[in-house]
Design a protein around this ligand. Structure first.
Ligand SMILES: NC(=O)c1ccc[n+]([C@@H]2O[C@H](COP(=O)([O-])OP(=O)(O)OC[C@H]3O[C@@H](n4cnc5c(N)ncnc54)[C@H](OP(=O)(O)O)[C@@H]3O)[C@@H](O)[C@H]2O)c1
Length: 333
């Protein structure tokens, strides 16, 4: 049966006397560090260079080099980009590991695909927020909290779960409920969302936009109707709060009828098979190897994709609409 941990399952006293270091002060590391500090955790930040160090210090944190942080810590939280983490781990973390330490990841990727293989004498845990960086702080301040996944891959000390749940509580990760899953499941679900659901959604929105433009609708009106008004994201917030079917039921009757009566029309898309193939690539490690190769190759395929998209009229019209609406535009995309 699926286990969901909440605040009452984490005991902050477990962290008494423990020195915690958090390596990397980026979009996820910073808000989690602020939550840990506000919970009274004895925290040091491990950074590589001045800008991050200054930012951490201006937040009132103690910031030292990665090696110094690791040497003096009982718990090491890795908040580095997944692509650089294996090398930093190999050169600056693993040589200094000792029995009794706990490694905490916020993404299971490097453990699942064996880019990092910790020694058997440390504990290995996972606290994976299902929220983007800024929301970590905002939802804690608003009292809503954020959902997360938690796991233990290695329990050398016999205390790993206690430490994971105490840290998760201190990060605010238990407030809205933390679901226990395996490292493999976290990696695969995360990649599946990125590689099956997001591209399908992208395709639906671009197909709709292109069709409306071809039929002569003003681009500003088409993009606004489809997603720039925020109505669509509001609908998704309602889905998060009430579920898919209940959200449908809350729409005006005509909208409900229109959506339900046309639902089957779109069931012929070979979505399920395409999603299955995508999941197989993720599960078989084909994707992880493919991305490692492209990353090592200077991200050639990724950059080619953006180069090909840049010339499309659709994105020019989208940018013009963003400007018209007074939104921030990003020239690089
Ligand atoms: N962002 C999210 O919303 C989110 C959500 C869930 C899980 N995660 C997971 O959280 C982890 C961190 O992701 P992130 O998005 O926070 O990354 P990020 O914003 O790119 O932050 C990276 C941090 O790592 C530091 N860094 C980069 N290369 C380094 C190196 N070679 N040596 C030492 N420090 C280095 C950067 O320091 P500098 O300032 O010096 O560049 C920066 O402080 C990843 O495992 C990711 O999968 C992220």
């Amino acid at each position: 049966m699926t286990v969901i941990y909440r605040d009452e399952h984490g005991d902050l006293n477990v962290l008494n006397g423990k020195r915690v270091c958090l390596i990397g002060y980026g979009s996820l590391g910073r808000p989690l560090a602020l939550n840990l500090r506000d919970s009274g955790v004895n925290l040091v930040i491990g950074v590589r260079a001045e800008p991050s160090k200054e930012l951490a210090q201006s937040d009132g944190m103690t910031a030292v080099s990665v090696v110094e942080a690791v040497k003096n810590a009982d718990v090491i939280i890795l908040m580095l980009p997944d692509e650089v983490m294996p090398q930093v781990y190999l050169e600056q973390i693993s040589p200094h590991l000792r029995r009794g330490q706990t490694l905490i990841f916020s993404s299971a990727y490097n453990i699942t695909y064996r880019f990092i293989e910790p020694p058997p004498f440390v504990d290995v845990g996972l606290i994976a927020p299902r929220a983007i960086g800024p929301a970590i702080r905002e939802t804690i301040e608003s009292g809503e909290g954020y959902c997360s996944f938690v796991s233990v891959a290695q329990d050398s000390s016999g205390q790993a779960w206690k430490v994971v749940l105490a840290l998760a509580k201190a990060m605010g990760a238990l407030q809205a409920g933390a679901i226990e899953i395996s490292f493999e499941q976290e990696s695969e679900l995360d990649l599946f969302m990125q590689q099956a659901v997001l591209p399908a959604l992208h395709h639906i929105l671009t197909t709709a936009a292109q069709l409306l433009l071809n039929k002569g609708y003003p681009p500003e009106a088409a993009f606004t109707e489809l997603y720039l008004s925020g109505e669509f994201s509001y609908l998704m917030q309602q889905v998060a709060a009430h579920g898919l079917l209940n959200t449908l039921r809350r729409l005006p009757l005509k909208s409900q009828y229109g959506a339900i009566s046309r639902l089957d029309r779109f069931s012929d898309m070979k979505l399920e098979r395409l999603m299955e193939v995508t999941l197989e690539e993720i599960h078989s490690t084909d994707f992880a190897r493919e991305w490692a190769k492209d990353y090592a190759d200077g991200q050639r395929r990724l950059q080619t994709f953006y180069k090909n998209q840049r010339g499309l009229e659709l994105w020019e019209l989208e940018q013009q609409t963003l400007e018209l609406l007074g939104r921030e535009t990003d020239e690089d995309t």
